[in-house]
Design a protein around this ligand. Structure first.
Ligand SMILES: O=C(O)C1=C[C@@H](OP(=O)(O)O)[C@@H](O)[C@H](O)C1
Ligand SMILES: C=C(OP(=O)(O)O)C(=O)O
Length: 436
């Protein structure tokens, strides 16, 4: 289905409603890797059906690991091969999915065969060298084909021997998550030390949680070093995936910018995803937050600017940047230098788009200060570029609920993690309960 070139957002009053967003991208792609490594049949329910999970599923299929999809792709049956990849030679396309390229690279290094992984142009600018170095120190032969430190990746895999290695933590936590999930399949124990300050830490806890759910226990300690005994196997199982907490941030953000009340169903404070902590930022800004075991409600109230370190929850930084436009006083976001390596440079490009609304935005290496326009005369809608970044499109769309004249270019880029975002937002504005 083709997408329009742009979408005009209609202003609305306070939004009242509830929504269950689609499944978590991060959990779906972890569960797919782990289930593929397990020997036997696993069933995932509540999975995300989007570009990022589709490139993972298609890659597994090319490797000869069957994944059956039903319920519009939200139920997945994986026939795991126990670490023996049926296709010993494969060329894989990973789109612009960081989790797919990094998790598959480590998984394949722990198996046998010759593999190549490549993606879209931006993927060829996203770092992976630190992961390759670590895998090579553990017995693999993995290289950046064009010696750029980025994909395409070539792997001549003969299994991981195990042993001691260092892994870099300050560029992307996905390197460590990838290694942790593959390590049980090394011949001997893997002892890994994390170099630098580990970013996006909740995702590593998520990784360990998924591994535990499939039968492999690893002590998190203080997340600076890990010992993973070798020659283990994951146990196949049925597993229910939580809704996506980064996606939920747009709906909590919608309550904040419209002064409405939005409940996200299927996510409580005990969720595996750190991004549920986004609601703490909204609470600091003045919103009311009510958390139940299986839902979190945000009630929009007059907003004030805050200072916040978003290192742990950086996928929600763009959402907060947008909410900050509607606050009294400046908001300072820090600790997110690593988001410059994502789908786009999320500091520079977000700053550029926020300025179009009349805000003053001061950019730092690791964040930005957003000072909202001081008079209504200077506060106006704008045509917004999205840089092929789903989170630019979804976050900046929220401005249009409050400001006339907002147009979002290339809304189809939300397909990376949320193909039906704009129709779900429209349904939520109309009121009622969205999502099953
Ligand atoms: O492990 C994961 O599932 C993710 C980790 C984060 O990346 P970084 O560790 O690169 O910050 C996050 O931004 C990404 O969307 C998903
Ligand atoms: C950074 C993201 O994705 P990935 O790194 O998995 O491509 C994201 O979804 O915001």
């Amino acid at each position: 289905m083709s997408s329009p070139d742009s979408i005009a957002i209609q202003t609305c009053g306070p939004i009242h409603g509830s929504i269950r967003p689609p499944g978590s991208k991060s959990i779906t792609n972890r569960a797919l890797i782990i289930a593929a490594l397990a020997a036997g049949k696993s069933t995932l329910t509540g999975a995300l059906a989007s570009e990022d999970t589709q490139v993972m599923i298609e890659s597994l299929a090319r490797l000869g690991i069957g994944v059956e999809e039903s319920q519009a792709g939200t139920t997945l049956v994986i026939h795991g091969s126990g670490g023996n990849i049926p296709q010993r030679q494969a060329d894989l396309f990973v789109g612009n999915s960081g989790t797919t390229v990094r998790f598959l690279t480590a998984m394949l290094a722990a198996c046998q065969g010759t593999f190549r992984l490549d993606g879209i142009a931006r993927m060829r600018e996203r770092p992976i060298a630190d992961l390759l170095n670590t895998l090579n120190a553990l017995g693999s032969d993995a290289t950046s084909e064009q010696k750029t430190g980025c994909p395409p990746v070539l792997i001549r895999a003969r299994g991981l021997t195990g042993g001691r290695a260092n892994i870099r933590g300050d560029v992307s936590s996905q390197f460590l998550s990838a290694l942790l999930m593959a390590a049980p399949y090394a011949r001997e124990a893997v002892r890994v030390h994390v170099d630098g300050v580990l970013v996006s830490q909740p995702y590593v806890h998520m990784t360990l949680g998924l591994m535990r759910a499939f039968g492999v226990n690893v002590d998190p300690g203080d997340l600076s070093q890990f010992t993973i005994p070798g020659a283990q196997q994951y146990q196949p199982r049925e597993y229910a995936i939580e809704p996506d907490a980064s996606a939920a941030s747009y709906f909590w953000g919608a309550a904040a910018v419209t002064g409405g009340e939005v409940t996200v169903r299927g996510l409580g404070r005990a969720a595996l995803q750190g991004d549920v902590d986004f609601v703490d930022c909204l609470e600091k800004m003045g919103c009311e937050v009510c958390a139940q075991e299986d839902s979190i409600t945000v009630v929009g109230k007059p907003l004030r600017g805050i200072e916040v370190d978003m290192n742990a929850i950086s996928d929600t930084a763009q959402t907060l940047g947008v909410v900050a436009l509607f606050a009294k006083g400046a908001t300072t976001i820090r600790g997110i230098a690593h988001v410059r390596h994502k789908e786009t440079d999320r500091i520079g490009d977000l700053a550029r788009e926020l300025r179009k609304f009349g805000a003053q935005v001061d950019e730092f290496d690791d964040g930005m200060r957003i000072t909202p326009p001081t008079s209504y005369a200077n506060f106006h809608g704008a045509a917004i570029a999205t840089y092929n970044d789903h989170r630019m499109a979804m976050s900046l769309a929220l401005t249009g609920l409050n400001l006339p004249g907002v147009v979002i270019h290339d809304p189809g880029c939300t397909a990376k993690t949320y193909p039906h975002f704009f129709s779900d937002l429209t349904k939520l504005i109309a009121g009622g309960d969205v999502g099953s």
